[in-house]
Ligand binder design. Structure first.
Ligand SMILES: Nc1nc2c(ncn2[C@@H]2O[C@H](COP(=O)(O)OP(=O)(O)O)[C@@H](O)[C@H]2O)c(=O)[nH]1
Ligand SMILES: [Mg+2]
Length: 289
């Protein structure tokens, strides 16, 4: 599993070789490492409490039990599977500037294109001309179609056109890029309500994932901001980017607990292949490896 790149070890690696089994020293070390890795105090305490009940566990059994506990922590927010069963299905990507929305769209276009799906990109970030250009480059690289308007245009109008184009051209997946200026809850909700209404009207019954993109390197700070709108705005999943740039992957736990929305995808680099479906069990194993 290449979640922790460049042979970087998981933040709990080596924990087991230093201790012979579950005792108070082990639990202290575990709690500290989880907190240092941005897992949050609540998760750290919950994991330690669950293990404290199993004193006497030794060796491989400790690792297996801890893997289970951490997996459950991550799974509490729901299934990580993308629900995109209709034709077309829609993904709307939201999040503040610089977190990796457009890059993730490029990676998804590559992934779905590789599965033989017809992908249509929608440049609803009309705030800067450069944003549509960046998306255009991804369309070229991945062979996806793109619908774009001029700078300063109405994002709703671009989404409307993309829906019409998706029907006319038989697209399988429409991926909508949005502006990163939606930094407050009200703006984001207004925009999302508007865009999802248009999708609902133009593509009735279509599956629609609203993915909130978070930068893992911002750790707990990014979370506080995300917490403001995740639950209220109908976000269906989290994309956690730049996991390769931090040794603090523990933020995944905080997301499950504080946002109550499942992590669905993780970004592990700038390259087009550097996107992974999120698998809690695999992630827990990588942390402990
Ligand atoms: N290391 C790393 N960089 C990433 C990842 N995802 C995006 N980036 C970089 O983050 C920067 C901002 O990305 P962009 O997609 O333009 O963000 P946007 O403003 O949300 O659309 C770019 O330099 C990307 O290459 C990732 O998973 N890992
Ligand atoms: Mg962008």
């Amino acid at each position: 599993m290449a979640l922790f790149k460049d042979k970087k070890k998981g933040f709990l690696s080596g924990l087991f070789s230093a201790f012979s089994g579950v005792d108070e020293d082990f639990l202290d070390e575990l709690e500290e490492r989880l907190i240092l890795a941005d897992a949050g105090v609540e998760t750290a305490e919950a994991a330690v409490e669950a293990l404290r009940r199993e004193k006497g566990l030794k060796g491989a059994a400790v690792q297996e039990r801890l893997t289970q506990i951490l997996t459950q922590e991550m799974e509490q927010a729901g299934s990580p599977a993308l629900q995109l069963d209709t034709k077309p299905a829609v993904i709307i990507m939201v999040g503040v500037n610089g977190v990796g929305k457009t890059t993730t769209i490029g990676k998804l276009a590559m992934l779905f294109g590789g599965q033989g799906k017809k992908v249509l990109l929608c440049a609803a970030d009309t705030f800067r001309a450069a944003a549509a250009e960046q998306l255009g480059i991804w369309a070229q690289r991945t062979g996806a179609d793109i619908v774009r308007h001029g700078e300063g245009g109405d994002p709703g109008a671009v989404v409307f056109d993309a829906c019409a184009a998706a029907k006319a051209r038989g697209a399988d997946i429409v991926i909508v890029d949005t502006a990163g200026r939606l930094h407050n809850k009200q703006n984001l909700m207004n925009e999302l309500t508007k865009l999802t209404k248009i999708v609902g009207r133009e593509l009735p019954g279509a599956d629609c994932e609203i993915l909130l993109v978070l930068d893992a390197t911002t750790g707990q700070n990014g979370l506080i901001q995300a917490q403001q709108f995740a639950a209220a705005s109908g976000v269906t999943g989290i994309v956690l980017t730049k996991l390769d740039g931090t040794a603090k992957g523990g933020v995944v736990f905080s997301i499950a607990r504080t946002l109550g929305v499942p992590v669905k995808l993780v970004g592990v680099g700038e390259g087009v292949e550097d996107l992974r479906p999120f698998d809690a069990r695999e992630f827990a194993e990588a942390m402990l490896a």
